[in-house]
Ligand binder design. Structure first.
Ligand code: AMP
Ligand code: GLY
Length: 453
């Protein structure tokens, strides 16, 4: 790639993940204009190395996104979240000759339909959690759960904002989950079709792999903390914090896992007529019997992206453009192996349920004075010149340091400087890391029981 190129890059989305993407892309000297729709105040304040930020807070509607990309002759469009991909915007943009980081509708269905993902995995021999699909059939679903001793996970097939998964350990939990989805239609049509999987126990990992349709590149691993409360208790959330790398699961372990998954995955895509150009995010469980895939996502995880992207040394524009144009083999992936990240999510009181908005946020500037701290915005807004909360997930405080212990300590030092009414965060993000690294404790690969059992 010509290093003097001045490219127009378009990022669509408004969360912490998109802020982290914009921040990483902004470092690239290849960018002429970095367009962001619809963004957030953190994205709006991004400083670019060479190019100019074009912040478009009001562009949300699909037709308008496409019209903007066509009119401005975007060289690369990156959809941060799955919603636009599931709606087929990847296809719509490609039909207009645009380069897109993210799959078309068929590929996005791997995330949009858990039933499709389960069947895809079975047909193509991926190491997936064993499961069965049921179409509104309470009786058969119940029988299958019984065959698993009711230790299973009941999943609404369609998209439910992360709320359509019920982990069950006994008959009454199974009955409740099935009633909720099939009888009460709590998730509408998304819950009419369900997948029931065996309940797996172990360490959960977020494995991200770039795919240009033919070639693939393994990205740094991250571990999310999905439950609201410390020690993995409480409600399931979109993710309360992440860290990277993992203290005991090595890059070579991960390369072996990826090498088992990816040829089968790509062959499956070929057979199902999917050209997957974007990032695959496999939710993995490291069990006593080996590694199993729990789910396939077709975009970067949030808050995984915040912990992964700072560890990538390769120019992000070059890397994502190569992914979008089938040229990944030409771009070597370089990772800062000696850099560790710990990312703590700050949420509003009440999240993941109801919460209030509009509380003033202070302390970000002081937090960012700490070495290696970057605060990514998610649910924030500016009201009458003041930065306020505007969502359940408010900020991601990401700390980069030479080792996980330092990253962890600085992350929490930074978080303590940031204030807003009702601010909540987990205090144990990466705590296991500290134990593993500094107390001589090795928790990995030995299965541990889920906390609520
Ligand atoms: P999913 O949306 O399929 O990733 O499920 C959300 C969360 O539910 C995962 O991050 C896991 O914590 C849990 N989960 C999903 N499937 C399983 C499974 N088969 N066994 C144990 N936990 C699971
Ligand atoms: N952190 C989980 C997700 O992005 O789906």
């Amino acid at each position: 790639m010509n290093k003097n190129e001045s490219l127009s890059v378009f990022v669509v989305g408004k969360g912490g993940r998109e802020h982290a993407l914009v921040h990483a892309l902004a470092q690239s000297p290849l960018v002429g204009k970095l367009w962001c729709a619809n963004g957030n105040p953190g994205i709006a304040a991004t400083k670019l190395t060479t190019g100019r930020l074009v912040y478009c807070p009001t562009i949300e509607e699909h037709g308008e996104l496409l019209a903007t990309a066509v009119r401005e002759r975007m060289d690369l469009t990156i959809f941060g979240g799955e919603e636009h991909l599931m709606a087929g915007l990847g296809d719509a943009f490609r039909i207009h000759g645009l380069n897109v980081f993210g799959p078309g509708y068929r590929g996005a269905n791997l995330e949009g339909s858990k039933m499709y993902a389960q069947r895809f995995a079975e047909r193509h021999g991926l190491p997936f959690a064993v499961g069965e699909c049921f179409v509104s059939n309470m009786h058969d679903a119940f029988e299958y759960a019984e065959s698993l001793d009711y230790r299973c996970v009941v999943k609404a097939s369609g998209p439910c904002l992360g709320k359509g998964v019920k982990v069950c350990h006994n008959v009454s939990e199974v009955e409740e989950a099935l009633r909720l989805m099939i009888v009460d239609r709590k998730f509408g049509t998304a819950g009419q079709n369900i997948v029931i999987q065996e309940l797996l126990e172990g360490q959960e990992l977020s494995l991200h792999i770039l795919s240009d349709g033919v070639n693939w590149r393994l990205l740094p691993i991250a571990q999310d903390h999905k439950r609201l409360l410390g020690d993995n208790l409480g409600d399931m959330t979109g993710g309360m914090g992440t860290y990277s790398p993992h203290p005991t699961i090595t890059t070579s372990d991960l390369e072996k896992i990826a090498a088992e998954i990816m040829p089968k995955f790509l062959e499956g895509c070929r057979r199902d007529s999917i050209v997957f150009q974007g990032v695959l995010f496999f939710g993995l469980m490291v069990t006593a019997d080996g590694v199993k895939i729990l789910e396939i996502n077709v975009r970067f995880g949030d808050p995984e992206a915040q912990a992964i992207l700072p560890r990538i040394k390769t120019d992000m524009v070059e890397l994502l453009l190569a992914t979008a144009t089938g040229r990944l083999a030409e771009v070597p992936l370089e990772v800062y192996e000696d850099l560790a990240t710990v990312n703590v999510v700050m949420v509003s009181a009440g999240y993941p349920g109801n919460y209030n908005k509009g509380f003033q946020i202070t302390g970000i500037e002081s937090a960012e004075k700490i070495l290696g701290i970057k605060v990514y915005h998610a649910g924030t807004a500016i009201e009458r010149g003041v930065l306020v909360t505007n969502g359940g997930r408010v900020l991601s405080v990401c700390s980069c340091a030479r080792d996980l212990k330092t990253a962890h300590e600085r992350a929490y030092h930074a978080v303590e400087l940031i204030k807003f009414s009702g601010a909540y965060y987990r205090r144990d993000i990466g705590r296991q890391v500290r134990k593993a690294t500094y107390d001589g404790y090795t928790p990995q690969l030995a299965p541990y029981r889920l906390q609520h059992e």
